[in-house]
Design a protein around this ligand. Structure first.
Ligand code: SDX
Length: 393
């Protein structure tokens, strides 16, 4: 029952809440956004339409979609003074560090014009965040490689605009590959929301104190960065590269099973899914398509990933522990093939998840009963005792 805390030493209870946004069935490997199965949305919808669905609860009609697209497109640029923030970072700063800083700093640029108690103002902030995240992430990438920032091109769709801001340079003509844009759009959609995961719970908790939405999303970005959560896509690809060849897979499977070895197979396992993560299945198909398109037919990393998945899924340990590939197992292979460094994998996850964080934040704000507020604990520390002076200890 939502909101009911039961303390069971074997079970880490987390703040729970009612939500109408996303449904996960971990045993069946089901994921629905507002009741629509992710497989159908991945096959027929696109990221911006999915944003509309997550935010407003229904699929848009053509007029609603055109209006939403125009409202988002109008806000893709950031305040020119925000460019200065990037120059305060070392060039080799991880783009997630930059994003936490810059998105948090949006509070200084946009927060004072946003009264979060006014639904209209909440909408303004929401649209600004969804619109500006690709620009902020692309600027973090450009800064890290010493190239000039590329302004958004509002003639392009959301995913194409992001690719152009990352990979074009003022000195050369750049045309977005529509197949890559579609693959990027699908990756964004698959990451858009995922119920009460760690970073979404962080955003809800921050929002329950009345903090402004820019600060709440910055808190979500910080939490997503962890390798057990959104940072796993970077860690999974680095692990596959470290394994390097199919013949070394048994060595790493043994490490993952060794209780004394902290190593975990990155991109495997999930707090909720005890079956295939439905997003991983779509991502695997997309990986085949993108790598074929880009001519990476025999990409060694993809070969290692497929063989590792096959071996792990047949291994009694992984079967008994119900460990399956999750959304992060294949995403890095696609992003690397597109030309992104591993350090940009989690920023792309953050762009995608911003709409989910915002939809959940708005739901929490709109329903006072739904505030996580202040989770309680069961105290198991020292009993009450009196202070002892230093000289007597
Ligand atoms: C995301 O919450 C979300 O929805 C998150 C996310 C989203 O969209 O927001 O789906 C995105 O964060 C996906 C997860 C990405 N993280 C990784 O791929 C990192 C590798 N995975 C592990 O760190 C782990 O699987 C977790 C953290 C994801 C889940 O850990 P749990 O809750 O401990 O998993 P479990 O209870 O199912 O584990 C059962 C057993 C445990 O061993 P025992 O205590 O029973 O001896 O399996 C072991 C775990 O130690 N185990 C693994 C393993 N994952 C769990 N052993 C080896 N390799 C792994 N990957």
């Amino acid at each position: 029952q939502a909101g009911v805390f039961t303390y069971d030493p074997g079970f880490t209870s987390t703040a729970s809440c009612d939500s109408t946004i996303t449904y996960i069935d971990g045993d069946q490997g089901e994921l629905w956004y507002r009741g629509y199965p992710i497989e159908q949305l991945a096959a027929k919808s696109n990221y911006l339409e999915t944003c509309y669905l997550l935010l407003y609860g229904e699929l848009p009609n053509p007029a609603q979609m055109a209006d939403f697209d125009a409202r988002v497109t109008r806000h893709t640029m950031v305040h020119e003074q925000m460019h200065n923030f990037y120059r305060g970072f070392r060039r080799d700063a991880h783009p997630m560090a930059t994003m936490v800083g810059v998105v948090g700093a949006m509070s200084a640029f946009y927060h004072d014009s946003v009264d979060i108690n006014d639904p209209v103002q909440r909408e303004v902030a929401s649209i600004r965040l969804i619109a500006k995240m690709p620009t902020i992430a692309a600027m973090a990438y450009k800064y890290s490689i010493g190239q000039p920032f590329v302004y958004p091109d509002n003639e392009l769709d959301y995913a194409s605009n992001f690719l152009k801001m990352c990979f074009s340079v003022p000195a050369e003509k750049y045309t977005v590959n529509p197949a890559l844009a579609k693959a990027m759009d699908r990756i964004m959609m698959l990451h858009a929301d995922h119920e009460q995961n760690a970073s979404t719970s962080t955003v809800r908790l921050a929002g329950s104190s009345g903090a402004n939405p820019f600060a709440c999303i910055a808190a979500g970005i910080a939490c997503l960065w962890g390798p057990a959560h959104g940072g796993a896509n970077q860690a999974a690809l680095e692990m596959l590269r470290q394994i390097g060849s199919v013949d070394r897979i048994p060595e790493y499977i043994a490490k993952a099973k060794d209780k004394n070895d902290p190593f975990k197979l990155m991109g495997f396992g999930h707090r909720v899914y005890k079956n295939f993560d439905p997003r991983a299945k779509v991502m695997k198909e997309s990986a085949d398509e993108v790598l074929d398109l880009l001519g990476f037919h025999n990409n060694p990393t993809l070969q290692v990933a497929k063989e590792l998945e096959k071996i792990a899924l047949e291994d009694p340990y992984f079967i008994e522990k119900k460990l399956y590939p999750n959304v992060d197992f294949y995403s890095g292979i696609i992003l690397e093939a597109m030309g992104f460094p591993t350090s940009m994998f989690t920023p792309i996850f953050a762009i995608s998840r911003t709409v989910g964080w915002i939809a959940q934040w708005k739901e929490m704000i709109a329903d006072p009963q739904n505030k996580i507020g202040r989770p309680r604990q069961l105290y198991v520390g020292a009993d009450r005792r009196d202070y002892v002076d230093l000289k007597s200890r």
